[in-house]
Design a protein around this ligand. Structure first.
Ligand code: HEC
Ligand code: HEC
Ligand code: HEC
Length: 149
């Protein structure tokens, strides 16, 4: 074999060995146990607390069923209770634990409803400068049935 080829193959062999070595240090032990991810992550995710109860829970167990059916027939039916009220699983499984009060600021409703050019034309949007005279949105709109109080 020509000497310049020998040098090239030696260099290639060193690169391959170095790659295998670095990879064995960098890749976590449980990687590939079930698939192209860390096997340990399954248990880590499973051990996390459940934070959200889901809108159905609020109505189904018979606590907020009137409110639930109002919401369920409103245009806000695609906005889950916990979008505005925050994660409420603890409250749903123990009614003595009160959830945080819903954010009723103008800017919170504005996250979805202030005018943005990027939003589809048909989506209900308002100009924060002129709409509602700086009053809380819930002063005029019922958040559970936004059209109308
Ligand atoms: C768009 C945001 C939004 C959604 C969605 C929403 N809420 Fe509310 N909710 C509020 C706000 C804001 C208040 C405070 C009302 C006020 O200040 O007049 C409130 C008040 C309440 C109250 C206090 C009692 C009352 O009637 O004022 C309950 C209970 C409640 N919501 C339950 C629910 C349930 C159950 C759902 C889902 C079926 C839900 N909410 C969906 C924003 C929301
Ligand atoms: C997570 C996004 C989101 C938030 C937060 C939100 N909304 Fe909405 N809102 C929607 C969607 C989605 C619709 C329905 C749009 C549709 O049907 O095309 C809607 C519809 C409306 C409408 C129009 C109803 C109609 O019949 O024309 C009003 C008014 C409204 N929301 C007020 C509010 C107020 C007041 C708040 C705050 C308490 C609020 N929204 C918070 C997403 C949101
Ligand atoms: C003083 C009462 C009042 C307040 C406060 C108020 N609104 Fe309204 N809103 C109205 C009235 C009346 C209409 C219908 C006429 C119109 O479009 O201006 C309306 C219409 C809307 C619509 C429907 C617009 C459309 O083109 O379909 C949305 C969305 C809305 N409001 C969101 C909000 C949000 C978000 C807030 C708080 C930042 C808010 N409103 C505060 C009275 C109010």
């Amino acid at each position: 074999m020509q000497p310049h080829l020998k040098r090239a193959f030696t260099l290639l062999a060193i690169i391959i060995i170095a790659f295998i070595f670095v990879r064995s240090l960098a890749v976590p032990g449980s990687f590939g146990e079930y698939g192209w991810y860390r096997g340990d992550s399954v248990n880590e995710l499973r051990s996390q607390d459940i934070e959200y109860a889901g809108s159905r829970t609020c109505g189904d167990v018979g606590c907020h069923n009137t409110l639930y059916s109002i919401w369920n027939q409103s245009r806000h039916k695609t906005v889950n209770c916990e979008t505005c009220h925050g994660p409420s699983e603890k409250h749903a499984s123990n009614i003595r634990i009160m959830p945080e009060p819903a954010d009723d600021s103008r800017d919170f409703c504005g996250l979805c409803h202030y005018n943005r050019v990027a939003r589809p034309d048909g989506f209900p949007q308002v100009d924060p400068e002129t709409h509602g005279q700086n009053l809380r949105c819930a002063y005029c709109h019922n958040p559970h049935k936004p059209w109308f109080v």
